[in-house]
Design a protein around this ligand. Structure first.
Ligand SMILES: [Zn+2]
Ligand SMILES: [Zn+2]
Length: 82
């Protein structure tokens, strides 16, 4: 039965790709990012509030939702890559 020796991996690869799309949990990411405020141009150390792709319902109260110095909305905040 030569037919069974034919290699056809295309379907196999498609399934593999679909399974490898995993949501990354960011709940345990580090809390000492340097956050820069583009409104007051100052920076502070903390963690920018971001919904976890895997646990969007979890809220961390200690995460920065606004600038610690001028109170600007989190849209003004950026994590500095240093
Ligand atoms: Zn998470
Ligand atoms: Zn600010």
């Amino acid at each position: 039965m030569e037919f069974h020796k034919a290699h056809n991996f295309s379907n196999y690869n498609q399934n593999l790709n679909a399974n490898s799309v995993q949501k990354l949990c960011i709940c345990e990411r580090k809390r000492n990012d340097l956050i820069v405020c583009s409104r007051c141009n100052q920076s502070f150390v903390g963690r920018l509030s971001q919904p976890c792709p895997k646990h969007p319902e979890v809220i961390f109260l200690m995460d920065a939702r606004q600038c610690a110095l001028c109170g600007a909305h989190s849209a003004f905040l950026k994590v500095s890559k240093q």
